[in-house]
Design a protein around this ligand. Sequence first.
Ligand SMILES: C[S@@+](CC[C@H](N)C(=O)[O-])C[C@H]1O[C@@H](n2cnc3c(N)ncnc32)[C@H](O)[C@@H]1O
Length: 220
Amino acid sequence: MTDRPTPPLDASDAEREAYWNEFYASTRARRRPLPSQFATFVAGELEGPARIVEFGCGAGRDSIFFASHGHDVTGVDGSKAAVESCADLAAALGEQAEFVASSIDDPELASRLRVEPGNTLLYARFFVHAITDEEETAFLRLAASLTSPGDRLAVEYRTVRDASGAKVTGTHFRRFVEPTAFNANAVLQGFEVAYAVEGFGFAKYRQDDAYVARAVLVKR
Ligand SMILES: C[S@@+](CC[C@H](N)C(=O)[O-])C[C@H]1O[C@@H](n2cnc3c(N)ncnc32)[C@H](O)[C@@H]1O
């Protein structure tokens, strides 16, 4: 992997997309990846096969994990290189999952995503802190439009308390998020907070023990 310059917080959409394309083109997995701690937590909250849409699916490890447990999965990512890599890996592992390349604020995205009212779980790990304030609102609006009462949105992201911690992937674009502000935005868009927790230990990766927030939000 080459050293890449850190995308500044005011980087343009095109600069961030180019950054992620280069990142995923150079970090293709060939073996079955381990899921995140968050994905295993969320999988344990599901009572049966669900329709899952993952936003910011990256290299696809959590989408592929959910698919391997019988869920009907679509992974969405703004990076075409990420989506190609996910599709190749899922095919190589014999897993059925669909992958869609789209920016979160593309007005066409909703029409490309199938939902099952009453059985849909939207999932986003380490995505909320990778997008801008405006994209966060677009994401929550899209989430509200895709869900019916009782459907859930599960998120995990780096918080403001994580800004100074050590990072394994040192150069990613990060907008450290204030959980109360995020939850308030979600409530504004039609969700209620069913579960919220934050701290160290939830997303530890080698020397990077991120201070994260998790929330499970339910559509009202
Ligand atoms: C930190 S990575 C998280 C990947 C994966 N969920 C994980 O936990 O390993 C953030 C992902 O969000 C994607 N992303 C960033 N901005 C985006 C946007 N505006 N629309 C869609 N995807 C975006 C990036 O391409 C990247 O794959």
